[in-house]
Design a protein around this ligand. Structure first.
Ligand SMILES: [Zn+2]
Ligand SMILES: [Zn+2]
Length: 309
């Protein structure tokens, strides 16, 4: 994997600056694996030079909530207008995705000029999904209000991605670097065992912000603090926050882009009571950072690109 491109970083509904959920992994071969496809994602693709629609091979749907799925029929229809595709488009997602897509395609009289392969996942069951273009794919159930899956993408061709100078500084040189890159531990002359720590790689997680933990868990979401604690537990080098509730502003205007009156009332009440509840995304980053001091915490924004180390 090469880069992660965020196309939509809002949860539930779009805001003026953030579209609903979607992000893409760009492979080293230059192909695109999309994760989730909220409404309007194809407009984000059009505005993003890094994501070429003709290169989208795999679309992974975490769950069937609209902010993760409603953009897919439109995107798939438009792919038919972009010239002939030799490769199929493979869609993976929980049970319901096939019925939803087939109904949308049939009712709208869409005609796909390429092969669409839909694989549905059984709720609660982890599943190995094979190797596609050198990437081993597996799905793992997550806790949410509806059946939900996280996906693990593992490169089967382990290219050495170890900094030789850094390796040399701890006594790993020559062939031992390749051994480490293949995932095999290396024992140094003094008996020290060195492993290639996968947690060095950037990780990406979701948060819906620092609302009360009871409220977040009830909705099947994580708070900033919970996400930070998770990053600390796995010793992540980097934590990228995304999927922000639309009640949190980008901090530019000092208030949320879109904020129902009920939320505004809540905020006034809590601030009057002296609560430290944050109202912008910078505050969420600070809360997550406090829970994982050794991890670099950043907030994703639409069109942000992160290189995978
Ligand atoms: Zn969502
Ligand atoms: Zn959801």
């Amino acid at each position: 994997m090469d880069r992660i491109v965020f196309l939509g970083t809002s949860a539930g509904a779009p805001t003026r600056t953030r579209n609903v959920t979607s992000h893409c992994v760009l492979t080293r071969a230059g192909r695109v694996w999309m994760l989730d496809c909220g409404e309007g994602t194809q407009h984000r693709v059009l505005a993003c030079d890094a994501v070429k629609p003709t290169r989208i091979d795999v679309i992974l749907i975490t769950h069937t909530h609209g902010d993760h799925l409603l953009g897919l029929p439109g995107l798939l229809s438009s792919l038919s207008l972009g010239g002939n595709r030799a490769k199929p488009v493979r869609v993976f997602g929980p049970v319901g995705v096939k019925r939803f897509l087939e109904t949308a395609i049939e009712v709208t009289d869409a005609f796909l000029t390429y092969k669409l392969e839909i694989t549905e996942l059984t709720p609660g069951e982890a599943r190995e999904l094979g190797i596609i273009d050198g990437i081993k794919l597996s799905a793992h159930p997550l806790v949410h209000r509806v059946p939900c899956f996280g996906y693990v993408l593992e490169e089967t061709v382990n290219e050495p991605r170890i900094d030789p100078a850094k390796a040399a500084s701890i006594g790993v040189t020559g062939k031992l670097i390749g051994q480490l890159a293949r995932g095999d531990p290396v024992t140094l002359a003094d008996g020290t065992v060195v492993t290639f720590d996968q947690a060095e790689n950037a990780m990406c997680s979701c948060t819906s912000g620092a609302m009360s933990p009871e409220m977040a868990v009830g909705r099947g979401h994580s708070t900033s603090t919970m996400t930070g604690a998770f990053a600390k537990a796995i010793e992540a080098k980097k934590l990228i926050l995304t999927h922000f509730s639309s009640r949190y502003s980008d901090g530019k205007a000092g208030q949320a882009d879109s904020e129902p009156a009920a939320f505004a009332a809540t905020r006034e009440t809590t601030s009057a009571a002296g609560s430290a509840e944050v109202t912008d995304i910078a505050g969420l980053v600070a809360e997550a950072q406090a829970a994982c001091p050794d991890t670099e915490v950043v907030a994703a924004s639409d069109f942000a690109i992160f290189t995978i180390d």
